[in-house]
Design a protein around this ligand. Sequence first.
Ligand SMILES: CC(C)(COP(=O)(O)OP(=O)(O)OC[C@H]1O[C@@H](n2cnc3c(N)ncnc32)[C@H](O)[C@@H]1OP(=O)(O)O)[C@@H](O)C(=O)NCCC(=O)NCCS
Length: 149
Amino acid sequence: MAGYQVEPMLESHMAAVMELERICNPAPWSESSFQAELSNHQATYLVATHNTTLVGFAGYWSIIDEAHVTNIAVHPNHRRNGVGRLLMERILEAAKTTDHTCSTLEVRAGNVAAITLYEKLGFVRCGLRKGYYPKDKEDAVVMWLYGLT
Ligand SMILES: CC(C)(COP(=O)(O)OP(=O)(O)OC[C@H]1O[C@@H](n2cnc3c(N)ncnc32)[C@H](O)[C@@H]1OP(=O)(O)O)[C@@H](O)C(=O)NCCC(=O)NCCS
């Protein structure tokens, strides 16, 4: 996609990742959580940049043959440009090439943008966790994508 690059998340991205996380996530992860993810051998995190500015990130945990998408965010000024889709496609490609057969994630039931993006990539709704999010008790939709390999 013109103008956007995807690369592995590094320690040097951390300040920009934290800024983006605070803008995008109603319950932002702490910096120590991201730091732990960078040294977690079961975790893969990517960032998207535009003219060297970090504009998005996404990651997953490898659990046996399942890729559990943990987090994704795109800066509001760069939304609807295909960055979220690009990051998810790269996540799924990475999972596929490392022998994962499926992917799963949880998403707020009211998050139409994310649910629509995931459905476009082939994820289907498979369950609902009532009152899952501690702060506001919003339900979580559980989605799965099978047949990666
Ligand atoms: C969800 C999010 C990552 C999507 O990123 P994005 O870069 O805007 O997504 P894309 O441009 O790749 O959109 C791909 C498709 O998803 C759907 N979509 C994206 N945003 C949408 C919205 N606001 N409303 C409806 N559909 C939307 C569309 O079908 C879109 O395709 P189109 O633009 O051709 O119509 C972004 O909105 C975001 O960072 N939200 C805050 C963090 C978040 O909710 N993360 C998910 C946690 S589970």
